[in-house]
Write a protein that binds this ligand. Structure first.
Ligand code: ZN
Length: 57
């Protein structure tokens, strides 16, 4: 099963950008889903990903 819905806004307008990594075009969050743990990322000016928080489901 693919993870298709954004866990934050529940939009289906989510693109897969890598293994277990997704980007929501509705709320502009990038996140990863692994073992039912959602990690939210911020992208800084240099394009570096910073993990903001983990959400246990
Ligand atoms: Zn969203």
């Amino acid at each position: 099963m693919e993870h298709v819905n954004c866990p934050f806004c529940y939009s289906k307008d989510v693109g897969k950008i890598g293994t277990n990594q997704f980007y929501c075009w509705n709320c502009f969050f990038e996140y990863s889903v692994r073992n039912n743990v959602i990690t939210l990322y911020d992208i800084d000016e240099e394009g570096q990903l910073t993990a903001l928080e983990k959400i246990e489901q």
